[in-house]
Design a protein around this ligand. Structure first.
Ligand SMILES: Cc1cc2nc3c(=O)[nH]c(=O)nc-3n(C[C@H](O)[C@H](O)[C@H](O)COP(=O)(O)O)c2cc1C
Length: 169
């Protein structure tokens, strides 16, 4: 139950300590991502784990809002696999669910992470495809830098009852 309540304190973390993230935590993040729901259970995803310093440092060359990878010990590139798509058009929702699971799993373990948007920005897709030799049938969808937080911030509560209607608008 405790982890359910931690959903409400999730926030983006963009500065990280150099402390490495243990392999078992990385495994858990990837398990959480792959446990996401998907349309018809199509699971149209692949995950590229990036932990080479030189590559992490180069990501901001191809993504204007990814400077945080320069301090991240690790980033996960979530890619959509169009060959696995059974229900056309749903792959982005499936990959969103996987990305959110990654964020929540990281937060649940005390790690910091942030969703860095890639799809549908063509220049970011092309830049990341080139940098990481992503094959044609995969589309870079989102990037999730992960590390131990080096900043202490929170996000405000966003619950707004005026956004909720009951039975009819
Ligand atoms: C689709 C999407 C794309 C995002 N892209 C970026 C990004 O490129 N760079 C970044 O620093 N944060 C990015 N974010 C994180 C948002 O800025 C952040 O979630 C939002 O400001 C709310 O803050 P919080 O996550 O701390 O609650 C993105 C979030 C989403 C869902």
């Amino acid at each position: 139950m405790e982890s359910i309540f931690s959903l409400l304190s999730r926030h983006s973390v963009r500065k990280y300590l150099s402390t490495p993230v243990e392999e078992w935590r990385l495994d858990f993040l990837l398990k959480a991502a792959m446990q996401a729901p998907s349309a018809g259970n199509e699971m149209p995803w692949e995950f590229l784990v990036i932990d080479q310093r030189e590559l992490l440092d180069r990501i901001p060359e191809v993504h204007p809002y990814a400077a945080m990878t320069r301090t991240a010990p690790l980033a996960i590139l979530v890619c959509g696999d169009l060959q696995r798509e059974k229900h056309k058009g749903f792959w982005t929702q499936d990959c969103s669910a996987a990305t959110q699971n990654l964020l929540l799993a990281a937060h649940g373990m005390g790690l910091g992470a942030v969703w860095v948007g890639v799809h549908p920005m063509e220049d970011r897709i092309a830049g990341l495809r080139k940098l990481f030799a992503v094959p044609d049938h995969l589309v870079p969808f989102s990037l999730v830098p992960v590390g131990w937080p080096a900043e202490n911030r929170t996000s405000p509560a966003r619950y707004d009852p005026s956004r909720i209607k009951r039975n009819r608008f």
